[in-house]
Design a protein around this ligand. Structure first.
Ligand SMILES: CC(C)(COP(=O)(O)OP(=O)(O)OC[C@H]1O[C@@H](n2cnc3c(N)ncnc32)[C@H](O)[C@@H]1OP(=O)(O)O)[C@@H](O)C(=O)NCCC(=O)NCCS
Length: 436
């Protein structure tokens, strides 16, 4: 086979492997709402087209996306062009009556540009913008003449209707007040409030401000508490990054399950973060990153991948794809984020109210960190719930993991008749745990 053909085959199989790995994520996030904040400077970046390609791809596969965009950089550039002085009040750009028309124009331009670029992705994309929120004027004790607001009411009905109809709502950082006037809002606050109010599955912020991202914080350290403590120790973090991180932490604490900060200069950061277990940015979460759940059909490729070696070296009993497909609901799987890294099967026998724990396997690279034991503990719980008297496993190699989970070697005559008939016990040891 020529060299280039070999290369093509390996690229192809790698592509297929990654595609299969992303399937659980695609299934998990179908019809879920993601609020994605795109900072003003991201909108001016050269790689904006690929960011929008990725965003549209997520939209097309059924993720309900709401985009909130910033325009800080655009506002500063236009103010500079008009030779206007820029002032800040309490960390917010001070928008006076004199500056308001310029600021409005900068935001509207940014909004229109984004809409136009998204609109170029074909007929199935319907980006549309509007006043989905109402602003409330911020009250500063010693300063009245300004147009700085915060999020007041959110028109959740319009947003939900839009996403259910496969529209792609784009929220700009300005909104009308309850009586009159237009107020400039902070895009991170809009994204946070919308995500919380709509119970979004994810809040994602894309930004070029990456002093936070440059620090190698590992996934397990990104709980809200760890981030809050970490923020207290930081003196050099830039204020914009800190502001975004605080908004993400708050969103998590107010019920958004997973919040992400991504470096928008990294090609593919959005897809990498959402569709791979290791992600591409920082994920902040309140909920457990690891969990055990019942198997489902989309897990089959990953279960096959995990079982392939144990099947080959006979440490688990041979089962083909058809068997797995027909019995997938008997499987329990261990996921790290959405990546499936371990599995086991529970087979019920009515004869002596027993249950077999079979096909226990943990992906190489994830072994020896307690996953096998957690699967066994979950299996014991399940067997108890089903009022089974005995949970047993046949194994040649995994003695340690069963012994350390309280199993003991038992005699074959304790097994159901059906199992005794079909098995050569010289090939394996029998471990059992009596549950009553
Ligand atoms: C058996 C298997 C599922 C264990 O999964 P795991 O996630 O690595 O196991 P854990 O990390 O939960 O380890 C549980 C215990 O076994 C011990 N252990 C794990 N691997 C071990 C090894 N290779 N040798 C000795 N002890 C080992 C751990 O130290 C731990 O002991 P402790 O509770 O006293 O601390 C995994 O090794 C595997 O997939 N093997 C191939 C398939 C197989 O043999 N399946 C069993 C068929 S029923």
């Amino acid at each position: 086979m020529p060299a280039h053909s070999n290369r093509r085959t390996s690229n192809f199989s790698e592509f297929i492997r990654y595609l299969r790995r992303s399937l659980p994520y695609l299934e998990e996030f179908h019809n879920e709402t993601f609020v994605i904040k795109i900072s003003g400077d991201t909108l001016l970046q050269n790689n904006l087209p690929s960011i929008l390609d990725d965003l549209v791809l997520l939209h097309r596969i059924g993720v309900k996306i709401i985009v909130v965009h910033g325009a800080h950089k655009q506002i500063l550039e236009l103010l500079e062009y008009h030779q206007k002085e820029v002032q800040y009040y309490d960390g917010r750009l001070l928008v006076t009556e004199e500056l308001l028309p310029i600021v409005k124009q900068a935001v509207a331009d940014a909004n229109w540009n984004l809409m136009t670029k998204l609109g170029r992705h074909g007929n199935s994309i319907f980006p549309f913008s509007g006043h989905f929120i109402q602003a409330q004027k911020l009250s500063f004790p010693d300063f009245e003449n300004h147009f700085i607001g915060e999020v007041g009411e959110i028109n959740s009905h319009a947003l939900l209707h839009a996403t259910n109809q496969h529209y792609l709502p784009i929220i700009p950082p300005f909104a009308p007040g309850p009586h009159r006037g237009l107020f400039i809002l902070d895009a991170s606050q809009i994204a946070l409030e919308v995500a919380v109010y709509l119970r979004a599955r994810k809040l994602i912020m894309l930004s070029t401000e990456n002093s936070f991202l440059n620090l190698a914080i590992r996934p397990e350290e990104t709980t809200t508490e760890a981030i809050k403590q970490w923020l207290q120790t930081q003196s050099t973090i830039d204020s914009e990054t800190e502001h975004q991180v605080r908004a993400l932490v708050e969103a998590c604490q107010r019920g958004v399950e997973r919040c992400h900060l991504l470096d928008s200069t990294v090609d593919g950061a959005l897809l990498g973060e959402i569709l791979t277990p290791s992600g591409a940015g920082i994920m902040i979460t309140n909920s457990p990153y690891e969990r055990i759940r019942r198997g489902r059909l989309s897990d089959l490729p990953m279960i096959m991948e995990i079982l392939v070696k144990p099947l080959r070296d006979l440490s688990v009993v041979h089962k083909d794809y058809n068997y797995l497909e027909g019995n997938i609901s008997n499987f329990m799987v261990f996921c790290v984020d959405e990546e499936l890294v371990g599995c086991c099967e529970l087979i019920a026998f009515e004869e002596n109210q027993s249950m077999e724990l079979a096909s226990l396997a943990v992906k190489e690279g994830y072994r020896n960190r307690g996953i096998g034991k957690q699967l066994i503990t979950a299996a014991i719980r399940q067997a108890k719930q089903q009022k089974r008297k005995l949970l047993f496993a046949l194994t040649m190699q995994a003695t340690h993991v069963f012994l350390s989970s309280g199993f003991k070697e038992i005699h074959p005559d304790k097994l159901p008749q059906k199992k005794r008939e079909n098995y050569d016990f010289h090939e394996s040891l029998i471990y059992g745990k009596f549950l009553v």
